[in-house]
Design a protein around this ligand. Structure first.
Ligand SMILES: [Mg+2]
Length: 258
């Protein structure tokens, strides 16, 4: 009989501390799921924001050609200095707008800049739609695996996404980190999961989910879904990675039934 384990939001970050985790169920294997664009969809929220940005650029009389590509590139470059924060995206909208203004020898308009700040802020506040299959898939898997949720980004935004998802109670634990790199995966394995025989990481990003977890000794499943340019920098799928299209493919892979 499966013990009903209450889900706990545990913040595990390079800045802060985490509490030791005791997984009270007796399973040997653990599945670690990514959040953004694996369990819930944030890309539509960003696409909508970029269309609003484009409308602002157009109404300002600036050239719209390649405006979104340029925004993506500026946003990717600013991750190093600004991190995965809501403020970074809003700042990238402003920086792109100001660049386009400078290139057209036009003064940036303060009211337009405020509009762009609002577009950036709105993305973080909107509810991301949970994958319709997530509840059934996780309910099935938690009968045989420890389930962990590991999501990266702003703590407040991610805590809200976890809460909004409606599936947090299906996880033994949910963790928010600043960035998912090899040392985070090693630390997770060492500190939080000393017992399981095998650990799988499941996510849509080769850079954040697949490559660093593989390097830390996990097995990995890559869900081939659209992501953003920062996560898309790596194009080749390493050997041994299981690639699939949908969350509903995961049970078959982790149980070795096909
Ligand atoms: Mg993701």
């Amino acid at each position: 009989m499966v013990e009903d384990v209450e889900s706990t939001l545990l913040v595990f970050s390079s800045r802060g501390h985490h509490r030791p985790l005791r997984l009270s169920r007796g399973w040997d294997d653990a599945l670690v799921f990514d959040g953004d664009d694996t369990l819930w969809e944030t890309m539509p929220l960003f696409r909508e924001a970029k269309q609003s940005f484009l409308a602002v650029v157009r109404s300002s009389g600036l050239p719209t050609e390649n405006a979104i590509d340029r925004l993506d590139e500026i946003d990717r470059q600013r991750v190093e200095s600004e991190g995965l924060t809501p403020a970074r995206f809003g700042g990238s909208l402003l920086e792109t707008y100001r660049t386009l203004c400078a290139e057209s020898s036009v003064d940036a308009n303060p009211a337009t800049e405020n509009r762009l700040r609002a577009i950036g802020t709105d993305v973080a506040g909107k509810t991301a739609m949970t994958d319709p299959a997530a509840r059934a898939v996780l309910t099935r898997l938690r009968c045989a695996f420890h389930l962990l949720l590991l999501t990266q980004g702003d703590e407040e935004v991610q805590a809200q996404r976890i809460s909004d998802s409606g599936i947090a109670h299906l996880f033994d634990v949910a963790l928010v980190v600043n960035i998912k790199n090899e040392s985070v995966y090693r630390r997770l394995r060492r500190d939080l999961l000393p017992i399981p025989r095998r650990i799988w990481m499941i996510g849509n990003s080769l850079n954040s989910d697949v490559l660093p977890s593989l390097a830390a000794g996990y097995k990995a499943i890559w869900i081939d879904r659209p992501t953003w340019v920062y996560e898309d920098e790596t194009n080749s799928i390493p050997r041994g990675v299981h690639a699939c299209q949908m969350l509903t493919d995961v049970p078959r892979i982790v149980t070795g039934s096909g």
